[in-house]
Design a protein around this ligand. Structure first.
Ligand code: PEP
Ligand code: MN
Length: 444
């Protein structure tokens, strides 16, 4: 399958969750422009990540995926990108050090601009307008003009992703991610929190170990740079198709908009256009599986998306909800494992636990998030399969979007700093707490 399916053929499949552009000539112009743009990532980097995901599937590594629910164009600032990278680096250090397991770091970053919606419309104070579908599609402002899908935004996604990725690459290779910086990542508000102090102890131990290593003359390259990859939901097919290219090394197609792309719970129809595009690309890919997924659905998806059972190719990201995972996940995992399917299992403990607070804010309870991860570990432990990772919505800032956690945020606190344009994210303190709790689960 070294061809790229025709865009018209994909459109003819009637893909779910696509914008309806009023100006189709402008859409074709955007797609044509995108086709001329250089790749954002290289196929070889996607292959490197695929090898790491294969290690996750074998039970030899743990995957940490995290970032915004929805990135925004306005959010492409140095501070914002650095803060997200920093919290992911801190979490990875906690997981690696406390659980002694290699951590595969994948940011929901540099491409996460399009959102599937449960309703096509949004009503506020009696006014109904088209739903916000992410900055890739339309504007968040609640006006008729802003909610019209604008294909120029697809080109803006490319440029915003490129700017973000450029900074991420500079941070990751240019010294900021050097392990000797473990203390400096622990700055500002988080340092004073109990979890920040707990982190400080880990950082001090790592610093001591590094000094020792240096004293005996060992200073490997791994101490100075980290491997970091990007992921996003491959939702808008006009964009993902335009960014799919034949790799000159291998003659096979890769979606070069990000290293890892996933198919969402709402677009994983077996005969749908997303599965059709994804089965042709050679990136490591994920599929979100909600509580309605039957074992046969999972087997059919694996057969379609990874017919050769290539290691590292496929990740199932389960998002059942804390109340459903212990009953719902076992039969899925059992049947997939019994069929000899090579897959990495990752837990998204966010999307099955969203509810609306009485104030109207969409939120999640920190305890539900932890409970779902614990349920995920329990199920995999009891079946002898490997709980391969977590996929979380988080930010490096001190936002108030999820309730609970060490600061014990309550529903009345949500309005203080609720900045997400889509789903509620863990703030930095909550994210670090989650990392410590997951490290404990990994150690058991
Ligand atoms: C998401 O990851 O933001 C998302 C929409 O997830 P799901 O497809 O699992 O609902
Ligand atoms: Mn989300």
């Amino acid at each position: 399958m070294s061809t790229i399916p025709d865009l018209e053929a994909l459109r003819a499949l009637g893909p779910a969750q696509q914008p309806t552009y009023p100006d189709t000539a402008a859409l074709e112009a955007s797609v044509a422009k995108l086709r001329t743009m250089p790749p954002l990532v290289f196929a070889g980097e996607c292959d490197e990540l695929k090898d790491k995901v294969a290690a996750v599937a074998r039970g030899e590594a743990f995957m940490l995926m995290g970032g915004d629910c929805a990135e925004t164009f306005a959010g492409v600032t140095a501070d914002n990108v650095r803060n997200k990278l920093r919290v992911l680096l801190q979490m990875a250090v906690v997981l690696t050090y406390a659980a002694s397991v290699p951590v595969v770091k994948v940011g929901r970053i540099a491409g996460q601009y399009a959102k599937p919606r449960s309703s096509d419309f949004e009503t506020r104070e009696g006014v109904t307008l088209p739903a916000y579908r992410g900055d890739a599609v339309n504007g968040y402002d609640f006006t008729e003009a802003s909610r019209v899908p604008d294909p120029q935004r697809l080109v803006d996604v490319y440029h915003s992703s490129a700017a973000t990725l450029n900074l991420v690459r500079a941070f990751v290779t240019g010294g900021y991610a050097d392990l000797r910086q473990v203390h400096t990542w622990n700055t500002d508000f988080v340092r004073e929190s109990p979890v920040g102090q707990r982190y400080e102890l880990v950082a001090a131990e790592i610093a001591r170990a590094l000094t020792f290593m240096q004293a005996i003359g060992a200073d490997p390259d791994e101490f100075h740079r980290v491997d970091f990859h990007t992921c996003h939901e491959g939702l808008v097919l006009d964009y993902e198709h335009a960014m799919t290219r034949i790799d000159s090394r291998t003659g096979t197609p890769y979606d070069v908009s990000g290293h890892f792309v996933w198919i969402g719970e709402r677009t994983r129809q077996l005969d749908g256009a997303h599965v059709e595009l994804f089965r042709h690309i050679r990136n490591p890919i994920g599929v979100k599986l909600g509580p309605s997924t039957t074992p046969d659905d999972a087997l059919a998806l694996a057969a379609r998306l990874n017919p050769d059972n290539e290691p590292g190719r496929l990740t199932f990201i389960t998002r059942f909800g804390a109340g459903k995972i212990r009953d719902g996940l076992p039969h899925l995992v059992e049947k997939v494992a019994a069929s000899g399917i090579d897959v990495a299992w990752v837990c998204d403990p966010m999307h099955g636990n969203t509810f609306e607070a009485s104030s109207g804010y969409k939120t999640r309870r920190f305890d539900d998030v932890i409970d779902e991860v614990q349920g995920f570990f329990d199920v995999h432990r009891s079946l002898g399969t490997w709980p391969g990772g977590v996929h979380v919505e988080l930010t490096g800032d001190d936002v108030t979007e999820c309730v609970g956690g060490g600061d014990n945020l309550e529903e009345v606190d949500l309005s203080h700093r609720y900045e997400s344009v889509c789903d509620p994210r863990l703030n930095r303190v909550q994210s670090l707490e989650l990392a410590f709790l997951v490290a404990e689960m990994l150690r058991q």
